[in-house]
Design a binder for this molecule. Structure first.
Ligand code: TYD
Length: 216
């Protein structure tokens, strides 16, 4: 078992249908092979209180939800998840793999919903007390290809944000690409239109390099 003073905080981002689940499995596999202790979690959710907030946000019947309410609920669920699960794990030296984190709010609420990335960043900095991931993979794919994948996978529930227009999902992608420019050290863009095997190989390569850098 390798030892680190602090766990690594790794997040995974991508538009709907970008293949995050498959990539998460690959990352878990790499960490297991390298003997890194880790937990896998997701946003919004990951712990009871945050899962409850998630069910309010994503309920397809909640069409009346105001954009700022949505942004605040994501931030609230993020705070609870961070305080209750992510930070205690990192402090124990456990690496955390998280499906979505604050970049989702910047892309979806800040950019695509038009609330403004700066304002959404501000409420998120309050929620996270400035905590950023050590490494973020953004799985980049056109919304057309992403949504086609969702349509073909019957196992996945349809949530309120899936029901948004193609134009909304295009804005989400534009937002992510802008965020990746804002944080070039932290965010790696991965071409998610490639085959599953090619995407997995790229993730494996990049994650291995980062692990080497962080290991004592
Ligand atoms: P989920 O079912 O987890 O979708 P996915 O498999 O694509 O991750 O639903 C999460 C939805 O919430 C997804 O549409 C993205 C959206 N979201 C935001 O809009 N802002 C956020 O801060 C987060 C964390 C998620």
């Amino acid at each position: 078992m390798n030892h680190q003073a602090k766990g690594l905080f790794i997040t995974l981002e991508g538009g709907d249908g970008s293949g995050k689940t498959t990539v998460m499995r690959e990352m878990e596999q790499v960490l297991r092979e390298q003997g890194v202790e880790f937990v896998t979690t997701r946003e919004p959710g990951g712990i009871e209180i945050a899962e409850k907030i998630r069910s309010i946000i994503l309920n397809p019947q909640h069409t009346a939800m105001d954009a700022r309410t949505e942004a605040l609920l994501y931030a609230a669920s993020r705070r609870q998840h961070l305080a209750e699960k992510v930070e205690p794990s990192l402090d124990k030296g456990i690496t955390v793999l998280c499906d979505r984190f604050l970049d989702s709010s910047l892309a979806y609420q800040g950019y695509a919903r038009g609330l403004g990335m700066d304002e959404v960043l501000e409420i998120n900095l309050f929620a996270t007390k400035g905590r950023f991931p050590d490494l973020t993979f953004y799985l980049d794919i056109t919304p057309e290809a992403g949504l086609a994948r969702i349509a073909s996978s019957q196992s996945r529930e349809v949530n309120r944000l899936d029901m948004e227009s193609l134009q909304f999902h295009q804005k989400v992608r534009e937002g992510y690409l802008l965020i990746a420019e804002m944080y070039p050290e932290r965010i790696r863009i991965v071409d998610a239109s490639l085959s599953k095997e090619q995407v997995a190989a790229e993730i494996r390569r990049q994650l291995s390099v980062t692990l080497k850098d962080f290991m004592i």
